[in-house]
Design a binder for this molecule. Structure first.
Ligand code: AMP
Length: 284
């Protein structure tokens, strides 16, 4: 069944208010489109947990710190709508820039602390853009629940913090990372890789998994980093923005698996920035 495509916030609000009045819960799945099985796993979870599901597709200019990246970002609305058919979602919200940021728009939502590190340190303004658009999507959709991927773990924690701090009344549900068969985390950006770069990119997850095992056996990051960096370079990765172990909740930098943590990486493959993270339980 084709879901209605809604392009204005007025229309979305009207639909959502009807559902609310009927006592139905609303789940929202914010995306930037170019949907893959990672996104669709969020939609499946949203269907299980909510009476009504809204998928949003908006390539948010405010969260891009590089105009070329924004321009090259894949846009596949027709295909996306087709992929959503089997889930029978209740609405696909596809606002344009003027709907989200009308003339004179002057407000920024900023989450302090959590955004100073990892992608926040490498992409100026990125999380301000994310927090601002997600706040708007939450209020426009009147959502009770919102579904985000652990693939973007820092984003998930930023959105959780923001929803709590601003009393948005939205429960943020984190969903596990969906991977390709060779382990590469699914990402819309993978579409930008050549076949050769795509096949080399799986080295990122291989290296991270091996590091995760070594951390579980009690080794420290310092001892593991040189070999990990060399393996990534040999696989064709260029700059590594970060390869760090941080606590789950506050993203504090640690060197051993002494607390529940995640290993985070961002690295460039053939001009495409890939990010990933894996769970590293505390060694007891
Ligand atoms: P994006 O379209 O990249 O902004 O992603 C929209 C949502 O899908 C975010 O909550 C992402 O964390 C989530 N997502 C992206 N890739 C994956 C993946 N491979 N597995 C699970 N969730 C994902």
């Amino acid at each position: 069944m084709t879901a209605p495509i809604v392009r204005t916030r007025a229309e979305l609000r009207e639909m959502a208010q009807l559902w609310r009045r009927a006592g139905e819960t609303i789940g929202v799945v914010p995306t930037m489109g170019a949907l893959h099985d990672g996104h669709l796993s969020l939609v499946a979870r949203a269907k299980e947990m909510s009476d009504r599901v809204i998928v949003t597709i908006f390539v948010n200019p405010k969260q891009f710190n590089n105009p070329e990246d924004l321009e090259n970002y894949p846009r596949t609305e027709h295909e996306d709508a087709r992929k959503l058919e089997r889930f029978a979602v209740d609405a696909i919200y596809v606002p344009d820039g003027a709907q989200m940021y009308p003339d004179g728009f002057a407000t920024t939502v900023r989450v302090e602390g959590l955004t100073d590190v990892l992608c926040g340190a490498h992409r100026a303004g990125h999380f301000d853009g994310v927090a601002t658009v997600v706040t708007k999507l939450f209020t426009q959709s009147s959502a009770d629940l919102a579904f985000f991927g652990e693939k973007d773990f820092q984003q998930l924690q930023v959105v959780r913090r923001m929803a709590r701090d601003l009393d948005l009344g939205v429960d943020v549900v984190g969903c596990p990372t969906i991977r390709e068969i060779d382990g590469l985390a699914m990402s819309s950006r993978n579409l930008l890789l050549s076949d050769q770069a795509r096949s080399r990119a799986s080295a990122l997850f291989d290296v991270m998994e091996d590091m995760g095992e070594a951390l579980q056996s009690g080794q420290a990051m310092d001892a593991l980093l040189p070999a990990a960096q060399a393996r990534l370079a040999a696989a064709g990765f260029g700059d590594i923005d970060y390869l760090e172990l941080r606590t789950n909740d506050t993203l504090r930098l640690i060197h051993r698996a002494e607390a529940p943590a995640r290993l985070f990486a961002a690295a460039w493959m053939a001009g495409v920035r890939l990010i990933d993270n894996i769970d590293v339980p505390a060694v007891t």
